[in-house]
Each structure stands twice: as structure tokens, then as C-alpha cells.
Design a protein around this ligand. Structure first.
Ligand code: I3P
Length: 284
């Protein structure tokens, strides 16, 4: 690990308070055992260049953290975007749990009503609560997760506030418009991202880790600078779980309960197609 200039971490989306900036270009993320196991395996997998380097567990003020590379330290004035990949954002066992022990969530009801007051059912209105699985599925169909296998969670440009108003960004055209805004219609940036996403797809097809895991709720982190430097990394493995032995998924087939398909490659295919379309449109 080479010492790097400490740089402020900029959180665009995700659970607040989960991160701290560590020393020497590291980032501390609140400990999650499942995520730790993924990072350990990923450090020995073909996917290693596409994930932040993992340095183990550290403790700070009685809290355990997974310590990893702070990817922002490689950029001086980064544009940052988080896209959640896959056709599903909840695990099959979360669904099972919701059936066995339904726990309506008031916070999720409030978030739902804020976007669409008509979305809750009469029963949900009465109890002022929605199940997490129901909320997550509603979010998926409202955004492009169900139709394209990925969604923009948020982005941030240098010296601007975070933009996270993408809950209803659903159609190809809407997604393309948001992505164009993020890259400021710069051909070179789109080209750079496309090249890296195609490399990632190739590596995913050969990765033992990817072959043996259900990858849910994971994101791609996009970083670029106006100079043209780009980078894409896989992040967020809290809901990435090992499949049972001899169980296989192709990461492209539609999900039906029990088949564990996550739609990761399907989403990546669609994202690559959209960026390709953008590149061609900038030519004309
Ligand atoms: C959140 C988002 C997160 C999810 C979180 C949701 O909704 O779906 O992915 O965390 O659940 O509240 P939104 O983006 O609309 O704010 P997990 O992926 O970790 O389940 P939570 O409130 O139970 O943390």
C-alpha cells in the first residue's frame, strides 16, 4: 500500500454514517461479515482489478470496519456516479423472512408516499407501513431496474451537490439523458467507460467468484475527470451471497423465485448498449 494524499470521501448514495476516511488512501466501511468474505475471495479472483483493494478489518472507537482502497484518491477532481446493477435488489431469503415475519416499515411508507401518494394499497395506508420486500419491488418497477437491469442511484459533479433524484428514471431515453448529463456529452468519457465495461464483462464471464455467487444490490462506481480519465469498479457486496454447491446461474435469465438469478450481466449488457447508442449519437 503506497501512502497517498488523504482526500475527503464523498458519499453519493447509500447508508449514511457507514464510511470513514482512513489513513494512507484507505476507506473504512462499517463491518459486514458477508461483505468481508466477498472481498477476501475477490482479492484472489480474476475480478480483482475491478474491485477496491481490500486490507482487512480494523477497529475504531469500538466499531469494526472493513478497510479498503479509497478509489477517490486516484482522481483530483472526480465526477462520481453509483449505478445499482441487476434486475433485483433484495435477496430471496429477505422475501422468505417477510412472509414468515411481516414487519411493515413506517419509514418506507413515508418514502413511498413522498414519491407517489397513490402507491400504497388500502391496507398499507391503514397501517402506515409497507414491507421492505414490497418497497424494494416497487422501487425496482418505478425505476429502470426491472426493465433494464440497472438503475442510476445518484451522481456528483465537482463543486456541485449530489443528484439523487432518479427514482423515476425508467425509460431508455430518460436513462440516456441522465448519463449524458453526467458525462456532459463528452465522447471521450463515454468511450473510456465503454471500454472498461466491456473488459469487465469479459472478466465476469471467466470469474469463479461470479460463477458461484448471487450478486444483489451491488453497484458499479463510475469515476472520471474532465481530462478524460475514467474508471469503473464493482462495490457493495453486503448482499452478495455464495450459491449452494452445484447451483448455477447465468446472470442473464429472468428471475423467478428459487432460481437465484440476479440479472447482473443482463443489466451490464443494457448499460453497454445504451452507452454505445450515446457514442453513436455524439458522432452525428
Ligand atoms: C433503500 C435502498 C437500499 C436499502 C434500504 C432502502 O431505499 O433500497 O438499497 O438497503 O433498506 O431503504 P431508497 O434507495 O429508496 O432510500 P439494503 O440494500 O442494505 O437493503 P434499509 O432501509 O433496510 O437499509
Amino acid at each position: 500500500m503506497t501512502p497517498k494524499t488523504p482526500q475527503q470521501w464523498q458519499q453519493v448514495v447509500g447508508h449514511e454514517g457507514s464510511f470513514q476516511v482512513g489513513d494512507h488512501g484507505t476507506l473504512l466501511k462499517k463491518f459486514c461479515e458477508g461483505e468481508q468474505q466477498c472481498y477476501v475471495k475477490l482479492m484472489a479472483d480474476h475480478l480483482r482489478p475491478f474491485v477496491p483493494a481490500y486490507y482487512g478489518v480494523v477497529q475504531k472507537e469500538n466499531q469494526d470496519y472493513n478497510m479498503m482502497e479509497n478509489l477517490l484518491t486516484n482522481f483530483s477532481s472526480p465526477y462520481i456516479m453509483d449505478c445499482k446493477i441487476g434486475s433485483r435488489t433484495y435477496l430471496e431469503n429477505e422475501l422468505q423472512l417477510a412472509r414468515e415475519r411481516p414487519q411493515p416499515r413506517h419509514d418506507m411508507f413515508e418514502k413511498m408516499v413522498a414519491v407517489d401518494p397513490g402507491a400504497p394499497t388500502a391496507e398499507e395506508q391503514a397501517q402506515k407501513g409497507v414491507l421492505k420486500s414490497r418497497y424494494m419491488q416497487w422501487r425496482e418497477t418505478l425505476s429502470s431496474t426491472t426493465t433494464l437491469g440497472f438503475r442510476i442511484e445518484g451522481f456528483k459533479k465537482p463543486n456541485e451537490d449530489c443528484q439523487t433524484n432518479f427514482k423515476k428514471t425508467k425509460s431508455k431515453e430518460q436513462v440516456m439523458q441522465a448519463l449524458s448529463d453526467f458525462v456532459e456529452s463528452k465522447r471521450q468519457i463515454v468511450w473510456g467507460y465503454l471500454r472498461q465495461l466491456k473488459q469487465l464483462r469479459q472478466v465476469l464471464e471467466t470469474s469463479d467468484f461470479f460463477k458461484t455467487h448471487e450478486v444483489v444490490g451491488s453497484s458499479l462506481l463510475f469515476l472520471h475527470e474532465s481530462s478524460g480519465k475514467t474508471g469503473v469498479w464493482m462495490i457493495d457486496f453486503a448482499k452478495t451471497v455464495a450459491l449452494p454447491p452445484h447451483f448455477s446461474v447465468d446472470h442473464r435469465s429472468p428471475w423467478v423465485e428459487g432460481n437465484r438469478e440476479d440479472g447482473y450481466l443482463w443489466g451490464l449488457d443494457n448499460l453497454i448498449d445504451i452507452l454505445n447508442n450515446m457514442l453513436h449519437s455524439y458522432n452525428t
